[in-house]
Design a protein around this ligand. Structure first.
Ligand SMILES: NC(=O)C1=CN([C@@H]2O[C@H](COP(=O)(O)OP(=O)(O)OC[C@H]3O[C@@H](n4cnc5c(N)ncnc54)[C@H](O)[C@@H]3O)[C@@H](O)[C@H]2O)C=CC1
Ligand SMILES: O=C1[C@@H](O)[C@H](O)[C@@H](O)[C@H](O)[C@H]1O
Length: 337
């Protein structure tokens, strides 16, 4: 059976996911698309030669009889509405991060899915599917470095558009660390703090960049995340875990080391699409396989909620530089244990 997917939002990642569903992955095809800019939806159909309809709204896509499962790749503030509608229609839904832009929004989704007592939601936290992060987790889980004590992370983008705001450093960018570090350490956060170094002259005046997010976990590990979205030189994701008996570092993406022009150099990627291309492939294939069975796998609504609660605390901490803001999760429903 081929899974018929309806896509809401045909921007950067929507198109990239449509490309992989159409050209790379197996078991699914795109049968309906929509975008608030109708031209974007029509262009996408033409670009990828889709046998799909351009519908007027996300709600029409979800209700469509030729849509078995939904892909939500529109802007963050629209995610909650489309995920809730997919749940109401009983259709598996892959939602790009963030699941919702507030903890309350994510909680509404958890409650709706819990009421069905059946998982239908996968959140697009693709780093859990990354070969490097998976190798790092295996090392941590093997006990070779002992209990994790400290984690140093950097999340660097070369630049961001003018519409990118200070709180997006959390909800749009650090949200990836908020998810992947919980998974990596098998732990939850208890507090967050944000401190600001000197502002880069490359950042727009309204944006505090870089920022340092400090997290404490329930098991007592301390985490520092440097988020620097105008670093200029590349798209660079770093993670080093310091344990009781050693350290473990996220592997660098493969790059050929060159000796040229009296230098030893190797290229650094500049685009998140390329950096995590294999992870996006594996996560979406996981979605297709589970959705074909009428369910969902991978990062859950609960993971989306945990990230949203933590993100809310980080945003609160941004407003009170240096203050420690507690993070408290609600009780985890049995569906997600
Ligand atoms: N997992 C990852 O690494 C990444 C995730 N994302 C997430 O994916 C989402 C989309 O990001 P981008 O593709 O970069 O943004 P984008 O701005 O390139 O595309 C979003 C598209 O959604 C459309 N849209 C907005 N509201 C809509 C609505 N109500 N109904 C239908 N279409 C609507 C817009 O017109 C636009 O074409 C965001 O939530 C973002 O955080 C984005 C990039 C990477
Ligand atoms: O999800 C992503 C973007 O939306 C976000 O804007 C970037 O900062 C992240 O690095 C990228 O992975």
């Amino acid at each position: 059976m081929t899974l018929n997917i309806g896509v809401i939002g045909t921007g950067a990642i929507g198109r990239d996911h449509i490309r992989r569903i159409t050209n790379t992955l197996s078991g699914a095809r795109v049968t309906a698309v929509t975008d608030v800019q109708p031209k974007a939806a029509e262009e996408t159909i033409a670009t990828y030669g889709l046998d799909a309809r351009a519908l007027a709204t996300g709600q029409e896509v979800i209700a469509s009889r030729d849509v078995d499962a939904v892909l939500v790749t529109s802007w963050g503030p629209t995610h909650e509405e489309f995920v809730l509608a997919s749940l109401a229609a009983g259709k598996p839904v892959f939602c790009e991060k963030p699941l919702a832009t507030t903890a309350q929004g994510a909680l509404n989704i958890v409650k709706a899915e819990t009421a069905l007592n059946h998982r239908l939601v996968q959140v697009g936290f693709m780093r859990r599917y990354d070969a490097g992060y998976r190798a790092l987790k295996s090392v941590i889980d093997s006990g070779q470095i002992g209990a994790p004590l400290i984690v140093h992370c950097a999340h660097r983008n070369p630049d961001v558009p003018e519409r990118y705001t200070t709180d997006m450093a959390i909800n749009d960018t650090v949200i990836h660390e908020l998810d992947v570090l919980r998974w990596l350490l098998d732990d939850d956060y208890v507090s967050a703090q944000v401190v600001y170094p000197r502002r880069s002259r490359h950042a727009f005046a309204h944006l505090a960049d870089p920022q340092i997010v400090l997290l404490e976990t329930a098991k007592g590990a301390r985490i520092d995340v440097e988020v620097f979205v105008n670093c200029q030189y590349g798209y660079d994701i770093q993670c080093e875990v310091v344990g009781e008996a050693g350290t473990a570092r996220l592997p660098e993406p493969m790059a050929v080391p060159l000796r040229v022009g009296a230098q030893r150099v190797s290229a650094i990627l500049t685009d998140w699409k390329e950096r995590f291309i294999a992870s996006y492939d594996v996560e979406l294939q996981d979605f297709i396989d589970a959705a074909s069975e009428g369910t969902a796998a991978g990062p859950s609504s609960w993971d989306g909620l945990a990230a949203a609660v933590s993100a809310d605390a980080c945003v609160a901490a941004q407003g009170k530089p240096g203050a420690i803001v507690p993070i408290t999760l609600p009780e985890r429903p049995a569906l997600y244990v």
